[in-house]
Design a protein around this ligand. Structure first.
Ligand code: ATP
Length: 453
């Protein structure tokens, strides 16, 4: 149940996202496009850090995974074989009073009577299946023969390219194919900010294996994925591995876990980790008539591999990172008096801007020149933000609010005016502890690189 403080917290997060340029409503000046979001200058950096880190640990740091980048436009036969054309639907109900279209699980149950959550109306239509795929037409003829779909998940292009990638990569089982990209679902009710969108991004791995390895690899990938979330700053106690019961699981799956996070609006899914057996490859083999078998050179056997799939949402994870980072606390102002501050405590690895650079005074040429030198020194290694205007406390506060973990201040000590031993040193401030240390300018790149790696 969402408490008032949770909904207030969510409101503050949404407003900070807009005010500081993380996330905007798509097509906002035309009234907005429901279920679509645009990421601003800070949002795109955060999103990119997340995707790059996923790619690093899931592909670059492993010998057994290769990547691909498939097309969004998808042949209808692919999605017919996968079962999406027939079955990728949610049961939808209309409220005859307020005309709302509702997913069946959104209805309110009052003493066994179903009601509309918008107007409380009880005059509801029968449930009917609503297919969530976006259909489009290729070329000039808009008829049956030209139908294509925007992919509802990235996974299918991995299955369809399995044989090509197996041949070119010459991998042996078990091995995986990873992909990050857009997916589209015509959700009946997009809601909870970016949580349920109609256009979103996924980070998916299809990890192919022998049948007898499936259940063990499901547990392995669940652990790996939980570790991943901890490594980007989401504490273990806010993550939950829910074993999906038999009646909720896809009929072909032998085991599925949902990794859930405690959002301010409730505990909700971030990622699904599913053992999908050999269903997908077998379906495509049957429908296309092309062999998708693997030949085991040792046993001389041919068989269709099984697959374990960790499938994560980029946008949902970005939202979890922002929700987790958001904090309000107290920090000293110019005169050392405590004042309220809003701070995003991003893990340094995820923070959009890694380091703020501040000359103590904006109209002192020497301080400004030194600060610009430091910006040039750091820029090849990380995202840096130069801020010369306003009181230094204000400048810290502006960076705290966007989650910049480190701040470097160039003062008169840096110029060595009073004490030559301090020449070319700066203060390095930590966003969370607010502690300041004195470090040599030449050591800054390596000190900061270690802390953001
Ligand atoms: P849900 O039950 O919340 O609709 P799902 O179980 O249908 O999600 P999957 O098909 O398992 O989701 O997709 C894998 C991941 O893709 C999800 O865990 C989620 O992070 C992301 N995802 C799915 N649908 C959406 C959406 N409409 N908006 C944003 N992300 C989504």
């Amino acid at each position: 149940m969402t408490t008032p403080t949770d909904s207030q917290r969510m409101e503050k997060i949404v407003s900070l996202c807009k005010r500081r340029g993380f996330i905007f409503q798509s097509s906002e000046i035309y009234g907005g496009l429901n279920g679509a979001w645009d990421y601003g200058p800070l949002g795109v950096e955060l999103k990119r850090n997340l995707k790059n880190y996923w790619w690093r640990v899931m592909v670059h740091e492993r010998d057994d995974v290769v990547g691909m980048d498939g097309a969004i436009l998808t042949h209808p036969e692919v999605l017919r074989a996968s079962g999406h054309v027939e079955g990728f639907s949610d049961p939808m109900i209309d409220c005859r009073s307020c005309k709302a279209h509702l997913r069946i699980d959104q209805l309110i149950d009052k003493k066994g009577v179903k009601q509309c959550p918008n107007c409380g109306g009880k005059d509801l239509t029968e449930a009917r299946q609503f297919n969530l795929m976006f259909e489009t037409h290729l070329g000039a003829a808009a008829d049956e023969s030209s139908i294509a779909y925007l992919r509802p998940e990235t996974a299918q292009s991995i299955f369809v390219q399995f044989k090509n990638i197996l041949e070119v990569s010459r991998k042996k089982l078990p091995f995986g194919i990873a992909q990050i990209g857009k997916a589209f679902r015509n959700e009946i009710n997009p809601r909870n900010f970016t949580f349920r969108s109609r256009e979103f991004e996924q980070m998916e791995l299809e990890y192919f294996c022998r049948a007898e390895e499936g259940m063990q690899l499901l547990d392995y990938w669940l652990k790996e994925r939980l570790k991943f979330y901890e490594n980007i700053g989401i504490p273990r106690e806010k993550l939950h591995a829910r074993e999906v019961p038999d009646d909720e699981r896809a009929f072909y799956s032998k085991g599925t876990y949902d990794i859930e996070y405690d959002f301010p609006f409730g505990r909700q899914e971030l990622e699904g980790v599913a053992y999908r057996t050999d269903y997908d490859l077998s379906q495509h083999q049957k429908a296309s008539g092309k062999s998708l078998e693997y030949f085991d050179e040792e046993t001389k056997q041919r068989f269709v591999p099984h697959v374990v799939e960790p499938s994560a949402g980029v946008d949902r994870t970005v939202l979890a990172l922002i929700c987790e980072a958001y904090a309000e606390d107290q920090a000293p102002d110019e005169k050392g008096k405590m004042e309220a501050r809003v701070v995003l405590r991003f893990h340094p690895r995820m923070a959009p801007i890694k380091c703020g650079v501040f000359p103590l005074l904006k109209n002192n040429e020497q301080l400004v020149a030194k600060a610009k030198e430091i910006v040039d020194l750091l820029r090849p290694h990380m995202t840096v933000f130069y801020d010369g205007s306003g009181a230094i406390g204000r400048r810290y506060r502006r960076q705290d609010e966007i989650g910049t973990p480190f701040g470097v201040t160039i003062d008169f000590e840096t110029l060595g005016e009073k004490d030559a031993s301090l020449r070319d040193t700066v203060t390095l401030r930590d966003r969370d502890s607010m502690k300041q240390e004195r470090v040599a300018i030449k050591d800054l790149p390596s000190i900061l690189r270690d802390r953001i790696a």
